[in-house]
Ligand binder design. Structure first.
Ligand SMILES: Nc1ncnc2c1ncn2[C@@H]1O[C@H](COP(=O)(O)OP(=O)(O)O)[C@@H](O)[C@H]1O
Ligand SMILES: [Mg+2]
Length: 411
């Protein structure tokens, strides 16, 4: 091919590569694309793209060909050190023919592979080096030349700008996401505060008439016998009024701001106490309770009442999921790097369908209306989140459900 044709071919290829780079939105993909295009353009058999880490100011491999993943993860080059470090520090391209030994600057370095020729160019944006592009020929006799260096430098200029803009794009996207999340939390907090005031008002207004209804129903029932005319109906009136009263009380409780507590709570003891209180309810429904409490579990930081409430809510949900009996298992153990205690509460109940599972922690979500208020798990999550813990669920529809609660240990 004559020189003009060859140049035209290079220019066309460069333009094509540039076009591709400009349409990238994902940094990892872009870096691989840049390396692949450079290898292809210069017919090199191996190479790497390294970027300078913001914090450590060292070069790390971000895309490579001809190097194992292990090596890529391990390599960390200081500025000024080795060939890549030299290029990054000086901000100048480098052409090496016949390996490192031929260049006095690098002749003291050991070569891992027999490199016939290599080429390394800096990636520069606004006069700042952000990384280097490194190409090698280990096998072919096609040695790199000065024009190759020029060509790769051109590509590197474009590549650096693309990397910069994709990074900016990713950072902006992340910042936007954070702002959106903060706004959502703020709106949620304001909503809860408004709801709190509103429900306190309602609770006050409605509790008085409810007390009258319940009191009068009870008074009438005291003067009647079960089976008398009207007894069932008055009992229904009383129970409905009591339910309304409970709903209002829980609503009020949910909406009032929860405080973060820093008590040292004995996980196993608290679970035993809650189970002791609830035991009869479970036995009556044919549910066996299995406790596997690990004595190595340390105290956690939470409020005692709040912790009991979490356990209470989760085990009563389990009870509701096993109307025909089953087994409730509660296990405890240390988790993470021994800095969290974990409670696993499993049932052999109906399980949670896939289309429901994402909603169970949302306030007022319930598949058990009208008895279910849908606040139990929302309250649990609220308590656990507030104390830097987590609550997760695993369920197999028709087989059973496990709730996993983790809380930080008290030090
Ligand atoms: N152990 C469980 N097995 C099956 N479904 C469950 C279990 N625990 C919770 N759920 C589902 O999560 C929903 C929300 O639970 P919760 O917030 O406690 O509200 P509620 O108990 O008032 O319905 C329940 O209605 C139920 O559909
Ligand atoms: Mg519940």
């Amino acid at each position: 091919m004559d020189i003009k044709k060859q140049e035209l071919k290079y220019v066309t290829e460069l333009l094509n590569i540039t076009k591709k780079m400009l349409s990238a939105f994902n940094l990892e993909k872009l870096l691989k694309q840049i390396l692949d295009a450079s290898l292809e353009l210069l017919k090199a058999d191996s190479g790497s793209l390294m970027l300078i880490e913001e914090n450590s100011k060292t070069l790390k491999i971000k895309a490579a060909r001809g190097l194992s993943e292990e090596v890529c993860a391990k390599v960390e080059v200081n500025l000024g050190e080795h060939v890549s470090g030299w290029v990054a520090k000086e901000g100048k391209p480098l052409l090496l023919v016949g390996g490192l030994k031929n260049d006095s600057r690098f002749s003291h370095l050991d070569e891992k592979k027999s490199i016939k020729s290599s080429i390394c160019v800096p990636l520069i944006v606004e006069k700042r080096v952000i990384g280097v592009l490194n190409l090698n020929n280990t096998v072919s006799d096609n040695l790199f030349s000065e024009p190759d260096l020029g060509l790769l430098s051109l590509l590197a200029n474009q590549a650096a700008i693309s990397i910069w803009s994709v990074r900016l794009y990713e950072e902006t996207k992340k910042a936007n996401e954070e702002i959106r999340l903060m706004q959502k939390k703020l709106v949620e907090k304001e909503k809860m505060a408004a709801l709190g005031q509103f429900s306190a008002g309602i609770a006050h207004e409605i509790n008085n008439p409810l007390t009258t209804i319940i009191g009068n129903a009870q008074y009438l029932m005291e003067h009647m016998h079960k089976g008398d005319f009207g007894w069932e109906e008055i009992n229904d009136v009383k129970e409905a009024a009591q339910l309304s009263s409970r709903i209002i009380a829980r609503l009020f409780k949910y909406c009032s701001p929860l405080e973060k507590k820093e008590e040292a709570v004995d996980v196993n003891d608290s679970i035993r106490q809650v189970v002791e209180l609830a035991k009869n309810n479970f036995t009556k429904q044919g549910i066996k309770i299995d406790l596997g409490l690990d004595s190595n579990v340390k105290n956690v930081i939470v409020g005692l009442d709040e912790f009991r409430e979490v356990i209470f809510n989760v085990i009563f949900n389990a009870k509701a999921a096993m109307p025909a009996g089953g087994t409730l298992t509660i296990k405890t153990k240390m988790a993470g790097t021994q800095d969290m205690a974990e409670v696993l509460i499993s049932d052999t109940g109906r399980g949670i369908p896939a289309n429901v599972i994402d909603n169970i922690f949302i306030p007022f979500f319930s598949t058990r209306k009208p008895q279910g208020l849908g606040l139990g798990l929302a309250v649990c999550k609220h308590i656990v989140d507030l104390h830097n813990g987590t609550i997760e669920v695993e369920s197999r529809f028709g087989k059973g459900t496990t709730f996993i609660i983790k809380l930080p240990v008290y030090k």
